[in-house]
Each structure stands twice: as C-alpha cells, then as structure tokens.
Design a protein around this ligand. Structure first.
Ligand code: COA
Length: 257
C-alpha cells in the first residue's frame, strides 16, 4: 500500500508511504490521493485534510519510470490524466489542507505545497523544483505562483537552475508557515488541522474560497498552458536523456542538443 488514508478526530490523513522508492508518486498513487481528497470533501465529519510523507522523505516527485512509460496524454487528454485529476482535486478541496513535510520534497512534492493552505516543514526538509534539469517545464501554476511569492530573481534560482532550498528558506519565501524539529512536525501539523474541529465549517469553507477566488481563473489557465508544454517535453530527447541518466546513475549530457 503506497498511500495510507485514515480519518481520525475530524482530520482525513493522506500519508505517502513508498519509502523504498523515496515516495515517488505513481499513477496508482495519484488515483488513491484523488479518491481520498474527494472522499474528505464529501464526508461531513472531516474538517481538514493532512498530507504527509515518511521520516526523511516527503516525496521524490513523480515516478520517473512512469514519466517514461505512462506519461500523461497530450492536448486535452493531459488534463484528464491521474496527476491532473489529483491536482484538480487538491485545488478544488473546499476544506483546509495542511501539509507536514519531512526530508526531500521534489518536483510535484514542492508544487503541491503551493496549493495547500498551511505548510509545516521539518528542519531536515529540502525542497526543489528541478523541472528544467529534467528537460521539463514548471507545472501546476508554479510558473505563476513561485515568482508571485518570492519575486522573479529568487524564482529563477528555483525554477530555472533547480536549486534546492532549505526549510528556513521555504518559510522566508512564503511557501511554508513554520519550521519544526523533524520528530515534531507531523504532530504539530495534526494539532493545527484539528483546530478546525472547533471552527464553524461553513465560514471556513467560504473563507478558503474567498482566499482563492481572485487567482482561480489565472491559476487554471496557467495549469493548462504549462500542462500542454510539460506533456510535450516529457517526450523530448532532452527529457529522455535526463530520465535515462537518472536510472543509469550518471550525470545527463545535454551537449548534443
Ligand atoms: N522516480 C522513480 N524512482 C525513484 C525516484 C523517482 N522520482 N526517486 C527515487 N527513486 C528510486 C531510485 O531509482 C532508487 O531505486 P533503486 O533502489 O531500485 O535503485 C530508490 O528510489 C532510492 O533512490 P536513491 O536515489 O538511491 O536515494 P538517495 O537517498 O540517494 O536520493 C533523492 C534520494 C530523492 C534525492 C533521489 O532519489 C532523487 O533525486 N530522485 C529523483 C528526484 C526527481 O528528479 N524527481 C522528479 C521531479 S519532476
């Protein structure tokens, strides 16, 4: 089981649990997470959602094997793929989504945080969006939201150079709320999520919507335009070289492009 779900004390938890592959996310895992988000939305006893990984690893991002063998379709098909459905469910979740991040949060591991409401990072967290290094482009509105959060220059370090950044930097640039010791971050995030049990759910829901409405259309249109390019890039010789290099445990060679 690579995604563990449970509902405890008003909090629906989604735990990414594939430590042997550094929590890389497969098509099946996106499907499980989508179902869990949709179920949380329907369940009136759920007041918040909590997403977490394993000690030392939040997620190493999309499974690179899946990128090669089961990439999202192209054109309008891309928007119907499991990863898009998952991100859509996250965007449309009308209950607060809290994330507890331990260890590496790579690629979609960082991108998904941009769409969570409250993000707590362990002192060992290391975030990265190395899309360009993989021959890809930013995804799920990161090309819109990251520069908005931190300005173009710092966004360029993260989105063009793919520089990883620390938990402190994640807080400083507005991606995360607070840094906690690694052993405490999950319990802290859970306590925060449980605070919604004492708040009026209708007011929380409508307030969350108000926070998101001003950007909603722009976020969706950016996701569509990034998605079209991303799907093409997954099939590009640059990306194929990057993926093969990863599995061959060598540095990619882009000199021929
Ligand atoms: N997709 C598929 N498999 C992955 C993976 C991914 N995103 N990330 C890690 N794995 C696999 C490795 O291939 C390895 O498998 P193996 O034991 O069969 O050889 C296993 O998980 C352990 O990974 P490894 O790289 O040996 O661990 P590490 O501790 O040295 O490094 C990471 C951890 C997360 C830094 C490193 O695995 C990594 O950079 N992963 C890829 C990140 C990435 O580019 N993601 C895509 C973003 S769009």
């Amino acid at each position: 089981m690579s995604i563990k779900t449970a509902t405890v004390n008003g909090v629906a938890t989604i735990e990414i649990a594939r430590p042997e592959k550094k929590n890389a996310l497969t098509v099946a895992m996106y499907q499980s997470m989508t179902e869990a988000l949709n179920a949380a939305r329907e369940d009136v006893t759920v007041r918040a959602v909590l997403i977490s990984g394993q000690p030392g690893i939040f997620t190493s991002g999309n499974d690179i094997e899946d990128f090669m063998s089961r990439p999202p379709g192209q054109g309008s098909d891309a928007l119907d793929s499991p990863v898009f459905r998952f991100m859509r469910a996250l965007l449309e979740c009308d209950k607060p989504v809290v994330a507890a991040v331990t260890g590496a949060a790579i690629g979609i591991g960082t991108t998904m945080l941009l769409h969570c409401d409250l993000v707590y990072v362990a002192d060992d967290a290391r975030l990265a969006m190395p899309f360009v290094s993989l021959g890809l482009v930013p995804e799920f509105a990161s090309s819109l939201l990251v520069p908005q959060l931190m300005g173009h220059r710092r966004a360029a370090e993260k989105l063009l150079l793919g520089d990883p950044f620390s938990a402190e930097q994640a807080v400083e640039c507005g991606i995360a709320n607070a840094v906690l010791p690694a052993g405490e971050v999950l319990n802290h995030a859970r306590r925060i999520a449980e605070r919604f049990n004492a708040l009026p759910p209708g007011a929380v829901r409508e307030s969350k919507q108000l926070l998101r409405v001003p950007q909603h259309d722009q976020v969706l249109s950016t996701i569509r335009s990034e998605g079209a390019l991303f799907s093409q890039r997954l099939r590009s010789p640059e990306a194929v070289e990057a993926f093969q290099a990863f599995f061959q445990k060598r540095k990619p060679d882009f000199s021929q492009f």
